[in-house]
Design a protein around this ligand. Structure first.
Ligand SMILES: *Cc1c(COP(=O)(O)O)cnc(C)c1O
Length: 417
């Protein structure tokens, strides 16, 4: 038997690189070559690889309680993570539902939103989502991510959802207002026709990840939420990628003048050590499930719901995230992106640059290098980068220093030239 790797056409792909160890922002292959992990190993790593604090909390927890059924039972790591998260979220979030990956965090939000309407005897059957929105690879997540470009094969299998345009923008974009008007008009028309049938809207706030680190303006998200609220539509923010400091604030929605009914979190939640996810919601939503009858309960759960070891990692990671060192590191990464993008603009033909907190992205469409060639050259130069189409992006662990990042930008200048 051989391993079937994710998101890979193995017939044309290079054989996978065997990684034997990792430390801070570097991973090391079997020949001792090191790579700067500029994408946080698919957006999960926060405080560097093999972080000692998280590693020892995992070790200690696994000697005490490795796992226990989470229906009818609870435990300190879950309770501690719940109160830790409560400390960094607005007070309206009163309930936290555990699962184990970003897709399940989204499925849980969709199902709770759907059942919320059923529980108040007011059937709303469909969901609203964005062109380019990506929410995971399970059927429900694909159904609200149908225009992400990843799930075309499964189109017939997906349940109905409505999509509206996403006005992607970048530095020096002159057309942003025109694109936003088109999107808002399309949204208004959709709401007029179907508004009272829509259970919830799902949004990756401020930046769509998988469809190419596509940024939109804050005011756009705010007016979308505002319009949806006029129809009583529930609002789900999928912060699976943007959560835990990536956009410069702990959560992207802190930069917005609106609060969603649901926040989905995963990826960085354990600092990149173990699978875990949560779907956070308000007391107002939960009230409609808090009744005598079993039918009103949320009948959903996974075998490893709130795994204590994962929760212990999440508690440790959150503590690190709240430290002054981490806040400084996040600022330093943002400064390095600013300096690096400037360097790229001066020396290459990159286009559509954008920076949001610790994330930077740009297009190599006009530079003449293909994304496949770029990726190969980056790996050869010891940089772990994985362009999304023509978009090159960086989203490094917070252990990455200003100097390391600028050096990476310098290498990219060389690769493109
Ligand atoms: C990655 C991602 C998901 C899916 O998470 P998995 O853990 O891969 O299932 C969902 N939403 C967003 C915004 C993501 O970036």
């Amino acid at each position: 038997m051989k391993i079937w790797h994710p998101f890979t056409q193995e017939k044309t792909a290079k054989p996978p690189i065997k990684i034997v160890k990792a430390k801070d922002s570097y991973i090391y292959d079997e020949f001792g070559k090191k790579y700067l992990d500029l994408i946080s190993s698919w957006w999960v790593n926060l405080h560097g690889h093999a972080n000692e604090v998280i590693a020892s909390s995992i070790y200690e927890q696994s000697k005490t309680l490795e796992h226990v059924i989470f229906a009818g039972f609870t435990h300190s790591p879950a309770l501690d993570f719940c109160s830790g998260l409560q400390g960094v979220l607005p007070a309206i979030y009163e309930k936290i539902f555990f699962s184990d990956n970003g897709s399940t965090a989204v499925e849980v939000a969709l199902k709770i939103a759907y059942q919320y309407w059923a529980n108040i005897a007011c059937k709303r059957k469909t969901f609203l989502c964005f062109d380019g929105g990506y929410h995971g690879d399970t059927i429900g997540a694909m159904s609200v991510g149908r225009k992400s470009g990843y799930h075309d094969t499964f189109e017939q299998l997906l349940f109905d959802s409505l999509t509206v345009p996403f006005p992607e923008t970048w530095d020096g974009d002159d057309d942003v207002e025109a694109k936003e008007s088109v999107a808002i008009e399309s949204l208004s028309n959709t709401l007029k026709e179907f508004g009272n049938d829509i259970a919830a809207i799902i949004i990756e706030p401020l930046i769509q990840g998988a469809s190419g680190m596509r940024v939109c303006r804050k005011t756009f998200v705010e007016s979308v939420v505002d319009k949806c609220r006029q129809y009583g539509i529930l609002v789900i923010f999928d912060e699976v990628m943007t959560g835990f400091g990536r956009t410069g604030t702990t959560f992207a929605f802190e930069q917005l003048n609106c609060v969603p009914d649901f926040v989905c979190l995963s990826k960085g939640i354990t600092g990149g050590f173990l699978p875990l996810a949560v779907t956070v919601t308000t007391g107002a939503i939960y009230d409609k499930f808090f009744r005598e009858d079993w039918k009103s309960a949320f009948a959903h759960g996974h075998s490893y719901t709130a795994n204590p070891i994962s929760c212990a990692a999440a508690v440790a990671s959150l503590k690190l995230l709240k430290s002054n060192e981490c806040a400084d590191a996040i600022k330093a990464i943002n400064s390095a992106h600013n300096a690096g993008i400037k360097l790229l603009k001066e020396n290459t033909n990159i286009a559509k640059s954008r920076i949001l907190g610790t994330i930077s992205a740009f297009s190599i469409e006009l530079t003449g290098i293909t994304s496949e060639k770029f990726k190969e050259a980056a790996i050869a130069n010891g940089l772990l980068l994985r362009p999304l189409g023509n978009t090159v992006y960086m989203l490094p662990p917070y252990t990455t220093t200003y100097e390391q990042l600028l050096q990476a930008y310098n290498s990219i200048v060389t690769i493109i030239s």
